[in-house]
Design a binder for this molecule. Sequence first.
Ligand SMILES: NC(=O)c1ccc[n+]([C@@H]2O[C@H](COP(=O)([O-])OP(=O)(O)OC[C@H]3O[C@@H](n4cnc5c(N)ncnc54)[C@H](OP(=O)(O)O)[C@@H]3O)[C@@H](O)[C@H]2O)c1
Length: 286
Amino acid sequence: MTLPEGPGPTVAIIGAGRAGRAVALALTRASVPVLVCTRRKSSLPPDISCSLEPWTLALERAGIILVAVPDDAIEDVAARLREAVLTKAVVLHCSGLRDRSALSALEGRVAGLGSFHPLQTLAGDSEAAERLHAAYAVLEGDAAAVAAARQLAAHLGMRAIEINAADKPRYHAAAVIVSNYTVALAAVAERLAGEAGIPAAAAGRIYLPLLEGTWRNLEMRGTADALTGPIVRGDAGTIRTHLRVLDAETRRLYAVMGLEAVKVARRGGLAAAKADEIEAILRGAL
Ligand SMILES: NC(=O)c1ccc[n+]([C@@H]2O[C@H](COP(=O)([O-])OP(=O)(O)OC[C@H]3O[C@@H](n4cnc5c(N)ncnc54)[C@H](OP(=O)(O)O)[C@@H]3O)[C@@H](O)[C@H]2O)c1
């Protein structure tokens, strides 16, 4: 599919929230004509065109309509778009969880339906727009939608990868675990550092270089070779001491994550007997 060029916007984005703004900024920087459709006045940079409801006429000239509203509002927006003549447009939404069926009110009325999930954490600012570059865009939909989504990814400098609709919830749960729960783990580390007497101003910062080193190991070596620390070393005594000093809730967290680390350590070559011993210690702390 080739997106139309000319008088209309190439991409119309519905919603000027975190994701909508980041994509709009990134496309504008890539010289792709963009129109942002909102239901109330929002402060976008002056070089980005904005349209208030009703968007019908403006949308009829778009090649791609990207619905960037909360997951629960996608159906509502799709129902409102039924009034527009959108036979030339592919409509995509940005949800990581939902699939094209969230847009089913538009079935048969548009050129294609699908989803375009930017696998990145976006806060709607300039930095978020930059962060889209080289991140993955996970695509799902009918053939026309996937072709248009690939083109959108190319405009944004993103790496496109397809997924089946039924697999999206599992894929999205993984994104929550790796991104949101890393933040939650950092908060646990900050609390423990504070309890260990590290001054409050430093408690949230001292683990960041460690986190960065871990990320670099993951990038360069993959999970099995990235793991360092007592589990992969087979230091059962260190693990017992950690479990002794932690409060009950944090101990359970340590044990649950530790059991995952044991699986990685086994793949990385930890001797079976040592892995079994550590696994038993961790199971005893659940
Ligand atoms: N933020 C991220 O990191 C990220 C990353 C990947 C994918 N996504 C996906 O992107 C989508 C949007 O998320 P977000 O984080 O950008 O949300 P957000 O910051 O809360 O922004 C949502 C926008 O949608 C508008 N909106 C809400 N209900 C609407 C409706 N019924 N009709 C029209 N506009 C409506 C809101 O406008 P008002 O100001 O008028 O309320 C707001 O501008 C979600 O599907 C999310 O899963 C987000």
